[in-house]
Design a protein around this ligand. Structure first.
Ligand SMILES: [Zn+2]
Ligand SMILES: [Zn+2]
Length: 1003
């Protein structure tokens, strides 16, 4: 399993867990694709087989058993990996598409098709893999089967019978098909030319004269219709297969002048379009190669050679016989077998098809009833349905659904058997050999029935089914459609399916739609969530051979399943995901670690404090009644939590996982950067007052609620938090977070005004930081005051928020002003580099106008909006904000910054007291670092030693109490103890002064 498999599995698990937490009944059945060529190819590799002949020699029964064993082995591995991903399923009851129920359900479907006259045997030219010896259906090629391939391209001259020295010029990139040429096609309405080159005369379309080499003269122009009926000598008339074929020029409207010579070589046995044209015109069909791609007997010197190897010999032979005009290499997109990578050829075959024309309209109606995510899914599916051809369902292989078609060789009639019971009743031969086996080759091939027309014994056709039949029947087979229709109806249609969308509109989604339309004329699923592809970190496709593929186990080991799941959860499913350890680290840094740090912080202090949470009501996360006056922090985080619960539920309800996941990320960020950051001291303080109780209880509830919300996303992390926070103290609570209910949002907890006020306050904090940067004053240096200009007035309404802002700004006092104008002067200057070229000579007028009125204008307009500027002579210009530079000249001693009409202006005058306090704060910070380096526990108390100049002593004299309180110090002693004493010491610089401190744990 590669990491790309984990994307869909993450969704499936997430929605199942979520709906379980909502109390809904679920089907926890996982499924494994088990049949088909893709398994055969792998077993052939294991056994070193080169072709189907090796399988026949080995024995079909043994081969099929090995296919089954391989499937079971890999299903076991995938099960282990899925468990590691946290995929919650009833793993002992997985279904396999090779099960009898799956196979017989497809029989039932095919019987319905046959009864409605949809099933037929077609004689057609199909894409064919010579290595796998099987045809490929249209959708298998459209989706993944093209590669850049270089082929010899030959321009060949074909002598015209009645015009000596004159030739038709044709061009091909598949020289082997020239052996079966029967006609040359022209467009009757295009203009063709007769040209002379030396003694030779050539015909080709006028627009492609560039195909000629060397000088030429155009002698005549004529319409394509004039060439129709001309007889020419074929390129390989000497081969026995060509005996009796008369080669003619035929009309064909699909001929284009965009490529080649405008004269198209036609070999109806070697190309699908050629075949269709040949059918229309009654042309002979020559089929040169057998199922292995080897030339047949009537192809003379080519007989026994492989189609892949004849390019050069054919070129040489044509050259020798004077028919080669020109040979080149040509690179183009060419179809290859999506299983083994071999180049496909087109080959005349007998295959079985389901006619799609009668199903097209009903399938489109069914498709429109489904909700497609991303929305373009509907359009893509309908587009495919509009254009799809009949569905080829047969494969000339071994391991797969045994197509239940019994065809009488004598009278050429066929019928479809719809069940095992029907087969038993109809069997006239071979039942005993079959009984006790699964309905697979070779055992099923022994059973013969009697032909209802001629009475002769009839065998099953040897073909197996297209594996998309296996996948398409699942909504019927796994839910007991054949056994118990009422029980099946309870679950049908499926609420939700998911898969990587590239390809599936033509494969799995499509096959389910076909089968469900035939069986019940109903949608097999209500919602289809398609997701894009997993790429590597650089956005390249992942390939084993490129060395950039990441195996699931490796990713789970290195980044952890929760991180991996979160990567998928936040991703927009319509876009490819660039997967790797870089993005995983980002998830860890951005989300997992902040969350874990908050959790660890809470657990540490709650344990120190002996905090006992109030029990959760009915095991649900609900608001405990807070005694006293809850702080703005508690009220704010509760409001956000309940908004989050609503957002997550709404998101997951509508299958919008990233909307839910991103909201959780934002919440954790708010929790970490404001609630915990601002509230840290409430947990530290030694008094056990109501505020501390409220802080603990609130953070407790937030974390419990988060564990429940996170459970479907990151099941391991959520469970670890829940077990410790809830189960360890309340044994009556649900055994696992995954058995809890999804938290319910409580509208009463919301407080829009407070949420907005807090938002504004945080914005002012950030503006204040910009001001500090501009003033180049250290964060820990207290300042006397900050002047706030903010028309919203939130700080006056919420004095608690003003206090948080004051602390964040590290100022002694906040003052308020109506406008920054009393504090400084705003200057608006034009950017000459931009305005010069735009306005030329008028620039001087603009400079003047900006000087006079710039300040008023800039104040009165929004930050990113253009503004009008009246000029002296009465006209006006419109300027972009980017075309002017706005500077504020603050009064001496002030430095400020502003954003969206809010200003924070700092008084930067430092007094001796402020400097000492700044040093005290810096000292606290350094001692805290030293405590960490020394490995002290957070509750350990210390004795502080120091040695420095008189200024340092002065700091400790004036602020010693503060320093000791902050660092849990018992006392501060001047002078260091003798070396060797158990003291951790460190040399520091404090405001440019040298100082040594030491700390020792107090007994
Ligand atoms: Zn193949
Ligand atoms: Zn018959």
């Amino acid at each position: 399993m590669g990491v790309h498999h984990a994307w869909g599995r993450t969704y499936k698990d997430l929605f199942c867990r979520y709906h379980t937490m909502l109390g809904h009944r679920q089907r926890y059945q996982n499924g494994f694709d088990a049949q088909g060529l893709w398994v055969e190819v792998e077993v052939e590799k294991e056994l070193g087989f080169k072709s189907k002949r090796d399988i026949e020699r080995y024995g079909i029964a043994e081969f099929v058993e090995r296919c089954k064993a391989r499937v079971l082995h890999y299903a076991g591995l995938q099960t282990q990996q899925s468990l590691r991903l946290g995929y919650w399923m009833d793993w002992d009851n997985s279904y396999f598409t090779m099960s009898e129920e799956n196979n017989y359900s497809i029989w039932l479907f095919l019987k319905r098709c046959w009864e409605r006259g949809l099933l037929y045997k077609g004689h057609d030219v199909m894409p064919w893999c010579p290595r796998c010896s099987t045809g490929l259906s249209e959708h298998e090629i459209v989706t993944e089967g093209y590669q850049e391939v270089t082929h010899p391209s030959l321009t060949v001259r074909l002598p015209l019978r009645d015009r000596p020295g004159a030739y038709l010029l044709v061009w091909t990139t598949t020289p082997w098909t020239l052996t079966s040429n029967v006609a040359v096609a022209v467009h009757p309405e295009l203009t063709y030319v007769r040209v002379e080159q030396g003694r030779d005369t050539y015909y080709l379309v006028r627009d492609r004269l560039e195909m000629l080499r060397g000088g030429y003269r155009v002698r005549e122009e004529l319409p394509g219709s004039a060439l129709v009926g001309w007889v020419y000598t074929g390129p390989f008339d000497d081969l026995p297969a060509q005996r009796g074929v008369e080669h003619r020029v035929v009309p064909w409207r699909d001929v284009s002048a965009a490529e080649g010579t405008g004269l198209v070589h036609i070999a109806p046995g070697c190309g699908a379009e050629d075949f269709a044209l040949g059918k229309e015109l009654g042309l002979p069909v020559l089929a040169p190669i057998d199922e292995f791609g080897v030339f047949a007997e009537p192809y003379g010197w080519l007989a026994g050679r492989h189609v892949y190897e004849v390019g050069a010999p054919i070129r040489d032979d044509l050259e020798k016989r004077g028919l080669l005009y020109r040979a080149e290499e040509y690179t183009h997109r060419y179809p290859v077998c999506w299983r083994c990578g071999s180049e496909l050829v087109f080959r005349l075959v007998d295959e079985w098809f389901i006619a799609m024309d009668p199903l097209r309209a009903p399938m489109m109606a069914v498709t429109e009833k489904i909700r497609w995510i991303p929305e373009f899914g509907l359009e893509r599916e309908l587009d495919w349905l509009k254009n799809m051809h009949d569905w080829m369902i047969s494969k000339k292989r071994y391991w797969g659904l045994a197509l239940p078609i019994w065809e009488c060789r004598a009278c050429r009639s066929f019928e479809v058997i719809g069940s095992e019971d029907e087969l038993r009743e109809r069997a006239v031969e071979g039942w005993d050999q079959f009984a006790g086996h699964t309905p697979h080759r070779p055992w099923i091939d022994a059973v013969k029935i009697r032909c209802p027309r001629c009475g002769g014994p009839v065998s099953r056709i040897l073909d197996v089914g297209n594996p998309w039949l296996d996948a398409g029947i699942v909504p019927y087979s796994t839910m007991g459609y054949r056994r118990d229709r009422a029980a099946w109806r309870e679950w049908f249609p499926a609420d939700f399916i998911t898969e990587a969308f590239p390809g599936q509109y033509r494969n799995w989604f499509y096959s389910m739609l076909v089968m469900s339309t035939v069986l019940e004329n109903r949608e097999p699923f209500r919602t289809c969530l398609g997701h894009a592809m997993v790429r590597d970190e650089q956005g390249r496709e992942m390939h084993k051979s490129w060395g950039n593929m990441i195996e699931f186990n490796e990713a789970a080991e290195k980044m952890g399943s929760d991180v991996l799941r979160w990567l998928y959860a936040v991703q927009n499913p319509a876009m490819n995901l660039n997967f790797g350890y870089g993005p995983a680290d980002d998830v860890r840094r951005r989300f997992i670690l902040p969350l874990w740090n908050i959790y660890a912080f809470f657990v540490t202090y709650a344990a120190l404090d002996g905090f006992t949470p109030e029990p959760l009501r009915d095991h649900q996360v609900a608001l405990a009644v807070l005694r006293g006056q809850p702080s703005v922090l508690d009220r704010w985080i509760r409001a956000l939590l309940h908004r989050l619960i609503r957002t997550v539920r709404e998101g997951v309800d509508r299958y919008d996982v990233p909307a839910a996941a991103r909201a959780i990320e934002r919440f954790v960020e708010d929790l970490s950067l404001w609630y915990v950051r601002r509230g840290r001291r409430r947990y530290w303080k030694s008094e056990r007052d109501a505020d501390k109780q409220a802080a603990n209880q609130t953070l407790y509830e937030v974390l419990v609620a988060l564990s429940c919300l996170l459970a479907p996303f990151v099941p391991f992390l959520a469970e670890a938090m829940y077990q410790n926070l809830v189960r360890s103290i309340d044994t009556r609570s649900p055994e696992s977070v995954h058995l809890c209910a999804v938290p319910a949002a409580d509208p009463a907890a919301d407080d829009p005004e407070l949420v907005e006020a807090t938002e504004r306050t945080r914005q002012l904090v950030s503006v204040g930081r910009s001001a500090r940067n501009a003033a180049k004053v250290r964060v820990r240096q207290p300042l006397a005051s900050a002047i706030i200009v903010d028309r919203s007035g939130v700080l006056q309404r919420y004095p608690e928020l003003a206090e948080h802002l004051r602390e964040e700004l590290n100022v002694k006092a906040l003052r308020f002003a109506e406008s920054y104008r009393t504090l400084g002067r705003l200057e608006v200057r034009p950017r000459f580099d931009l305005l010069g070229p735009k306005f030329g000579g008028r620039i001087t007028e603009i400079v003047e106008a900006l000087r006079d009125r710039g300040e008023a204008i800039v104040e009165g307009t929004q930050e990113r909006e253009p503004f009008r500027l009246a000029l002296a002579r009465g006209d006006e210009v419109v300027l972009e904000r980017t075309e002017v530079e706005v500077r504020v000249h603050w009064h001496p001693g002030l430095v400020g910054a502003g954003e969206s009409g809010a200003w924070v202006v700092l008084d930067t005058t430092l007094t001796g007291d402020l400097v000492r306090e700044g040093m005290a704060r810096e000292l606290v910070h350094q001692i805290q670092q030293l405590r960490k380096e020394a490995g002290f526990q957070i509750a350990d108390r210390i004795t502080l030693y120091y040695e420095g100049d008189s200024a340092v002593a002065e700091v400790l004299r004036t602020h010693g109490e503060y320093v000791l309180r902050e660092v849990l110090g018992e006392e501060a002693r001047a002078g260091l103890p003798p070396a060797g004493a158990p003291v951790h010491r460190k040399a520091l610089r404090l405001d440019g002064r040298e100082l040594t401190v030491g700390i020792a744990q107090t007994a």
